[in-house]
Design a protein around this ligand. Structure first.
Ligand SMILES: C[S@@+](CC[C@H](N)C(=O)[O-])C[C@H]1O[C@@H](n2cnc3c(N)ncnc32)[C@H](O)[C@@H]1O
Length: 359
């Protein structure tokens, strides 16, 4: 047993034996009996009662996140703060404690009619924006999902407004498989969807790249690892394999791949060529900034810092980059900022033609 866990045992012992859960009495019916490791509902429970208890459990879960954040913040004020130790004492994951601490310390407004998760969504905003979004959620009765969607739509609208349309820059709605591309493309830099049902798209991507890339032009694709052999076989149908780069995504917010029991801190960046590569030398490790897990514009969005590293590593100013899975347009935003030309194609029209609310 480690020194730390001995310390934990001692302090628990000092509190005496396990007692019924000392939470505010918010179970809505005395017919539900809760203790620390059990919840009993009567055999003749009604659906309405069952639902009410579920709502109360949700409130307790929300409250426990507030408690956890306040507890950790108090420890910090007293100089007790240490994430490892807090995780060991509570048995909670470090990312849960970090989130709880962030919400407790960065969101001064606590709106009783909203859940802790509503507050988590706005925690990285400035205080004025937090207040506005929480008020909108409370007034509009928005669920967590609805609040997240509303914020993402507003962010996407801002992002699209920032893009300077022009001869060197287009984003169109459509399916890349049938898209007409007038110019010869230097680079396809993209991040296709990873789930199994999208695997056939990698054959289509290979054919598309062979059609639109200049001779010697390259496809650089971020991919997941779960189906890597099949992804590579499909991309190789019409293109020549060149190399695999490591795209590092350092920080505490690793994606957990449950069925493979892996916390991921990197992903493969597959490089294929239409013919033979005749460009310069490339270093094969690329990275995003630490903790730059940016999902403001898309559930599967990539960070601008990581995309900038990739674009600068491979391409030159003035070259034409195409992303056939444009998503929240990270590739395009960065390409434009770095003086590259860009064509984006995205099948989801809500990500391209944002409704500006005008009638
Ligand atoms: C992983 S996301 C791209 C995220 C993007 N890299 C970003 O940072 O926001 C993949 C995108 O491909 C789009 N997509 C899927 N199938 C497509 C198709 N056949 N043609 C064009 N876009 C497609 C999806 O709608 C999704 O937005």
């Amino acid at each position: 047993m480690s020194k730390l866990s001995m310390g934990v045992q001692k302090s628990v012992g000092a509190l005496g034996p396990a007692t019924p859960l000392a939470v505010p009495p918010i179970l809505p019916t005395t017919r539900a009996k809760a203790s620390e490791q059990r919840l009993d509902l009567p055999d003749d429970v009604t659906e309405a009662e069952w639902e009410q208890v579920g709502l109360a459990l949700g409130r307790m879960d929300s409250a426990s996140n507030w408690w956890l954040g306040d507890w950790y913040a108090t420890g910090e004020r007293h100089g007790f703060k240490r994430l490892e130790r807090a995780a060991e004492i509570t048995g909670c994951g470090r990312s849960r404690i970090s989130d709880a601490y962030r919400v407790a310390t960065k969101v001064p407004v606590r709106t009783g009619t909203l859940s802790w998760n509503h507050h988590l969504i706005v925690a990285k905003m400035d205080h004025a924006a937090q207040r506005n979004w929480l008020a909108a959620a409370a007034t509009g009765g928005l669920s967590v999902r609805q609040l997240r969607d509303a914020i993402r739509e507003a962010s996407t609208r801002d992002r699209i407004a920032k893009i300077q349309p022009g001869p060197g820059f287009t984003i169109t709605t459509g399916d890349f498989r049938t898209a007409a591309v007038a110019d010869a493309v230097d680079w396809i830099i993209t991040d296709p969807p990873y789930p199994a049902e999208f695997l056939p798209l990698f054959s289509d991507l290979s054919a598309f790249a062979a059609r639109v890339l200049k001779p010697g032009g390259s496809l650089v694709a971020m991919v997941g690892q779960s189906y890597l052999p099949e992804v590579m076989a499909r991309l190789g149908e019409r293109l020549a394999y060149q190399w695999t780069l490591a795209y590092l995504t350092p920080g505490g917010q690793a994606v957990q791949v449950w069925d493979r029991k892996v916390n991921t801190f990197w992903k493969p960046l597959l490089w294929y060529v239409n013919g033979e590569y005749a460009g310069g030398w490339i270093g094969d490790v690329t990275r995003s900034n630490v903790n730059d897990n940016d999902k403001r514009f898309h559930d599967w969005g990539q960070s601008e810092s990581g995309m900038a590293d990739i674009i600068e590593r491979f391409t030159l100013p003035g070259e034409l980059i195409l992303d056939p899975f444009s998503g929240g347009h990270t590739t395009g935003i960065v390409a434009q900022a770095l003086g590259r030309r860009y064509i984006g194609i995205e099948i989801d029209k809500d990500l391209v033609e944002v409704d500006d609310g005008a009638a």
